[in-house]
Design a binder for this molecule. Structure first.
Ligand code: NAP
Length: 352
């Protein structure tokens, strides 16, 4: 392990999100992957033997020969743990790690509804880590969990935050067009999705209608009050490999005098000070495209962490319409968790 880096473990390192963790953590300036876990299928084997690696970069040399461990705090003894566990497994396993004193940055949805667990986007709500103190007290342990939002909630919440700060947001009508990689590997059968659209993703609409309200809400005296914003969501799976697109129609509290002001509020949005200079900070937070046919997932998710917004235009029923594209396995999953961990280190919740 490199000196001064924090040793980290990755739970479910062999899946679609787990692989992104391994890829993004290679040469990370603060974190070093020293342990990986998998299901019983993989435990005891070399990572490179059991991982069906899907990414265009090679498996990092430092991880290739790691022996896949069971997902227990005895086998993965790192102070910081990234989790790409299926939600069905996460609830039990992640709690065991918190009891053992670890900080968990998870992609799983198991704890998103927990009032003491922040759903964190450093460029939106870094102050929500104030909930960690109450979480530690409740669990009687130094360990704690911080979650990412669902990958579809991610980009739209970042864009809505910019509008909320500038004009206030009252109601949102949104339709998602979600990439296949959002369903993991092997995910959606090819015969279901090639040349097709599937207008249903189990549980997705409920998550996407609720999670932004938590992230755009306020923590008062150790308790989180949800933002009073109405959401109507349609979720669809489309034959795109990576990159979730969400089209939104938005009612604002105090609409701008012209649409250019809305474009400017999005393009000039800055993350709160503490989140601006971390290794994974997106630069810019939001890129606004002015071409009439952008953003497109194949062209606009290239840097992974930036949220891309386009087609910002007035709306006759509400106030404005726009399209948001965000990388689901980077900003919406592994990259988001790593950015969260960097924030936790910056705020002193994780020690070097
Ligand atoms: N894909 C996305 O865009 C996305 C975005 C945001 C959040 N998420 C969430 O991230 C999590 C992972 O999703 P995914 O897309 O990576 O799924 P996936 O490709 O289906 O991978 C799931 C992985 O979980 C592993 N696993 C199952 N039980 C395990 C256990 N007890 N211990 C350790 N590993 C175990 C499997 O390991 P083996 O290979 O060893 O069997 C498999 O590699 C889910 O909670 C999902 O909802 C996904």
């Amino acid at each position: 392990m490199s000196q001064n880096k924090i040793p980290v473990g990755v739970l479910a390192a062999t899946g679609a999100v787990g692989q992104r963790f391994i890829q993004l953590l290679e040469n990370h300036p603060w974190f070093d992957v020293v342990a990986v876990s998998g299901s019983t299928r993989s435990v005891g084997h070399k990572y490179s033997e059991v991982c069906r690696w899907l990414l265009p970069t090679d498996i990092p040399e430092s991880v290739r020969n790691l022996i896949v461990q069971p997902s227990t705090p005895e086998a993965i003894q790192t102070p910081l743990v990234f989790s790409a566990l299926p939600s069905s497994q996460a609830e039990t396993i992640e709690l065991l790690f918190t009891k053992a004193g670890a900080a968990i940055c998870t992609n799983a949805g198991a704890f998103r509804q927990d009032p003491l667990t922040p759903i964190l986007l450093p460029e939106v709500n870094p102050e929500h880590t104030a909930l960690i103190a109450a979480q530690r007290t409740q669990r009687g342990s130094d360990g704690f969990i911080v979650t990412n939002p669902n990958c579809t909630s991610t980009g739209m919440t970042i864009a809505l935050k910019a509008l909320q700060n500038a004009f206030g947001v009252k109601r949102v009508f949104a339709t998602s067009m979600q990439a296949i990689s959002g369903a993991g590997y092997p995910g959606v059968p090819s015969l279901d999705i090639l040349g097709n659209i599937v207008p249903y993703i189990s549980g997705e609409e409920e998550k996407v209608a609720w999670e932004p309200r938590k992230m755009l809400g306020k923590v008062n005296a150790g308790k989180l009050d949800l933002a009073e914003i109405g959401f109507s969501i349609h979720a669809n799976r489309v034959p795109v490999i990576d990159g979730h697109t969400v089209v939104l129609t938005i009612e604002l509290t105090d609409p701008p005098a012209g649409i250019e002001l809305a474009r400017r509020a999005l393009a000039e949005y800055q993350a709160p000070e503490i989140s601006r200079q971390l290794p994974s900070t997106p630069k810019p937070v939001i890129r606004v495209r002015n071409e009439p046919n952008r953003p497109q997932p194949r062209l606009d998710i290239t840097d992974g962490m930036t949220t891309v917004v386009g087609r910002v235009r007035p709306d006759d029923l509400f106030d404005l319409r726009m399209v948001v594209v965000s990388h689901n396995t980077i900003r919406g999953a592994a990259g988001g968790s790593i950015y969260n961990a960097e924030l936790l280190l910056e705020q002193g919740f994780v020690q070097r």
